[in-house]
Design a protein around this ligand. Structure first.
Ligand SMILES: Nc1ncnc2c1ncn2[C@@H]1O[C@H](COP(=O)(O)OP(=O)(O)O)[C@@H](O)[C@H]1O
Ligand SMILES: [Mg+2]
Length: 235
């Protein structure tokens, strides 16, 4: 059941007209029924859960007004797929959104465990919500307490990193904030900074990802180093 335009008017204070129209369009196409309260307000985007029949999906909306588009441009300009983007604010935001969508799609095709992306429209991405009733917690918020499960989780993170690398991508913002814990299995999210490995910042990004992951898991008793992780990935 799609929601009426009236319903979307109640979001007027939250969204600009352009975003409002796109949300209305997506909901009339049946991608979701209505947005719930915001799950997360980030630097550039607002993330909502939305009802869809008796389930929930995630709606990630890049803000057109308060985006730090200089930072976005700084990242995306090195991505060979987006070399022709000019410094036009909206086009950069749409490119950024589409790039995240394509990255998740590519990761998924490579067998990395990620949310299924459903649709992308200009500054909005609709994707599977990880978790059944509520969104799954981040590794930052929930870690298993026995060594065996922590080791298993770590091994699964590395195996996802390897698959992503085989697909030619590097996540570039991988940390305990962007990995969800779905019943002890890691799910990678937030591919907005993800870039082809063989682009100018590829190796630097992989090193940062490996460092974040090793620092985090070392605190939980895993014996590893950034170098060991990189070696496994590049093997
Ligand atoms: N598919 C998803 N399923 C469940 N929770 C999600 C999903 N995507 C995002 N979230 C939640 O929303 C938060 C922000 O999303 P994220 O994509 O990381 O945005 P940002 O770019 O602002 O960091 C995440 O930390 C996570 O808690
Ligand atoms: Mg994030």
């Amino acid at each position: 059941m799609a929601v009426t335009k009236e319903k979307y008017k109640t979001y007027n204070n939250v969204f600009d007209n352009f975003t409002l129209r796109n949300l209305f369009k997506l909901s009339s196409q049946g991608h979701f029924d209505e947005l719930e309260s915001p799950l997360f307000i980030g630097k550039e985007s607002n993330v909502f859960t939305a009802l869809k029949d008796d389930k929930r999906v995630i709606v990630k909306i890049y803000r057109l007004e308060t985006c730090d588009f200089n930072r976005m441009y700084d990242y995306i300009k090195y991505d060979p797929r987006y070399l022709s983007l000019k410094r036009n604010k909206r086009r950069i935001i749409f490119g950024w959104t589409q790039r995240e969508y394509r990255n998740i799609m590519k990761a998924r095709e490579a067998g990395v465990i990620v949310p299924t992306p459903y649709v992308c429209l200009q500054n909005i991405i609709v994707m599977e919500m990880i978790g059944s009733i509520k969104p799954s917690p981040r590794l930052k918020d929930l870690m298993p307490d026995d060594h065996k499960s922590i080791k298993k989780l770590f091994d699964d993170v590395i195996s996802n990193m390897i698959k992503l690398h085989k697909a030619g991508l590097v996540h570039a913002d991988l940390s305990a904030f962007n990995i969800l814990n779905r019943d002890g299995k890691p799910v990678f999210i937030d591919f907005s900074q993800s870039t082809p490995f063989n682009s100018p910042r590829g190796m630097e990004s992989l090193e940062r990802d490996a460092k974040n992951i090793s620092n985090f898991f070392i605190k939980f008793g895993i014996k590893t180093t950034k170098e060991k992780i990189i070696k496994k990935i590049l093997a």
